[in-house]
Design a protein around this ligand. Structure first.
Ligand SMILES: CC(C)(COP(=O)(O)OP(=O)(O)OC[C@H]1O[C@@H](n2cnc3c(N)ncnc32)[C@H](O)[C@@H]1OP(=O)(O)O)[C@@H](O)C(=O)NCCC(=O)NCCS
Length: 440
């Protein structure tokens, strides 16, 4: 198991991840929370740069209910009046303390609670052995103001994220902790939605992932009945925002023991993962693309790298082709030909010479691999005379003609003597794992 995780440990090292911890996890599932803090510490130990956003909506709602205080909500946004702001301050302080306390314990193996000190730049640090948990003014906030006649009072959004400060903290190998309390330059305090804060911070910091935890197990069904399911959707929605801001992946993880480690460090994962659009610009070719494909392929045919195709042949088989275009220019092309018994052949994989060595080949191959799995094939092969290494580096192995599907064996050109490379793809999750290593 440990050996199988090596690749993941290597690929997550030095990447930045934003973890959102919901308040309900802390109070409703103390053991789950404690275990999670252990696992976050382990990810830190394995080299991840970590920002934790601690939410406290659960605590605030509970307090307001106990005090029979009503919190009004419009369009899904809460109004924070002066009285509830006081509660927000107290509860944000509470969740912050809980996270610091558990991390201090986790990183010291439970032998000590760590010591707290105030640093010169206005941040508080809790010593956790080799690393610190640093919380403080890492973002400034501004009020929503009055929208559609509703005054949101002390509810606000992020005005500026202090990315430089946060990167500095990471350079010292420390963990950053943010809460829902954001300060304005004039010294006012605003209540900022923590799921939004996590997604915004991830985008601003160029994080590779944002990870949302669920307070309880939840799954999407055809009917959204329970509030946990609604929360699931909310987190997903904020996750999409992070993807739009350039974050590569969003994970939604249930609070099961070891769920985080399983999601990050094993092939099967444990939660729901949403990937940013790695294949932006790649699509099935249309007849209108035939000329452009012909143009990029022809020089390679002349060099003997690819087998020749006439324009008429390209047009006839156009359904097998996929193109990567930007502003009408063909950047790459690839052909996927389906055979019997779950086999598919890649052909005509070409990247326009101006765009080579920037990961476009990987993107095109990854896309074709996905199409292959979706169309029901699990054995992908390619015939090549000069690009062997490229395919071997991407998990293909050399095989003999006898391993080709019978109808392809019948058309194999022994004079050309191309080498054959084959790869078995078990599931889309295998491909998810491969994509982690592109990183260009
Ligand atoms: C092979 C090809 C599709 C790769 O596209 P690309 O966008 O440059 O690929 P990527 O950016 O994903 O990968 C680039 C890496 O592959 C390496 N590479 C490129 N061509 C290679 C080859 N023929 N053999 C081995 N490695 C090769 C590059 O040196 C680079 O290595 P680096 O990451 O260590 O710098 C492109 O070079 C091409 O169009 N070649 C001509 C057509 C061809 O050979 N097609 C395959 C036969 S079907």
């Amino acid at each position: 198991m440990f050996r199988g995780s090596a690749n993941y440990i290597a690929s997550h090292r030095n990447t930045l991840a934003v973890f959102h911890i919901p308040g309900d996890l802390m109070d409703e599932n103390p053991k789950g929370f404690r275990d999670l803090m252990d696992d976050i510490s382990l990810s830190w130990l394995l080299g991840m740069k970590i920002v934790i956003v601690a939410g406290c909506r659960y605590q605030i709602d509970k307090r307001c209910k106990e005090d029979s205080q009503l919190r009004s909500e419009h369009m899904g946004m809460v109004v924070t009046d002066k009285e509830s702001l006081r509660v927000v301050k107290e509860e944000a302080g509470y969740v912050r303390f809980e996270v610091e306390r558990q991390l201090a314990r986790a990183l010291k193996g439970g032998s000590s609670w760590g010591t707290s000190r105030s640093s010169s730049n206005g941040t508080d640090e809790v010593d956790v052995g080799e690393g610190n948990v640093v919380s403080g003014n890492f973002y400034s906030a501004q009020p929503f103001g009055v929208l559609d006649g509703v005054d949101y009072e002390y509810s606000g959004f992020v005005r500026r994220m202090e990315t430089k400060k946060i990167h500095q903290v990471h350079q010292n190998r420390d963990i950053v902790l943010l809460t829902s309390l954001g300060f304005s330059p004039t010294g006012e305090v605003f209540n900022v939605n923590s799921e939004y804060l996590a997604s915004y911070a991830a985008g601003e910091l160029g994080a590779s992932k944002v990870i949302y935890f669920l307070g309880r197990d939840a799954a999407l069904r055809h009917k959204i009945r329970r509030s946990t399911e609604r929360l699931f959707l909310t987190k997903m929605g904020w996750g999409m925002n992070a993807l739009e801001a350039g974050v590569k992946r969003v994970h939604l993880i249930s609070p099961n023991d070891g769920g985080l480690l399983q999601e990050l460090y094993t092939r099967d994962g444990s939660g729901t993962m949403i990937s940013g659009d790695l294949y932006d610009g790649i699509q099935r070719a249309t007849v209108g693309d035939a000329s452009a494909i012909y143009k990029v392929v022809t020089p390679l045919v002349e060099e003997g790298i690819l087998v020749g195709r006439t324009k008429a042949e390209l047009e006839r088989d156009i359904d097998q082709y996929h193109v990567y275009t930007r502003d009408g220019l063909l950047i790459a092309s690839g052909q996927l030909k389906m055979f019997e018994n779950g086999y598919a052949e890649i052909g005509c994989l070409v990247v326009n010479p101006i765009y080579r060595a920037k990961g476009r080949g990987d993107a095109m191959l990854g896309y074709l691999e996905r199409v292959c799995v979706v169309e029901g094939a699990s054995n992908l092969f390619v015939l090549s005379t000069q690009t062997m290494e490229w395919f071997i580096e991407r998990g293909f192995d050399e095989v003999g003609v006898d391993l080709l599907p019978p109808s392809r064996q019948a058309t194999y050109n022994y004079d050309r003597a191309s080498k054959i490379y084959m790869k078995k793809i078990n599931s889309l999750r295998d491909l998810d794992a491969n994509e982690l290593f592109w990183d260009r």
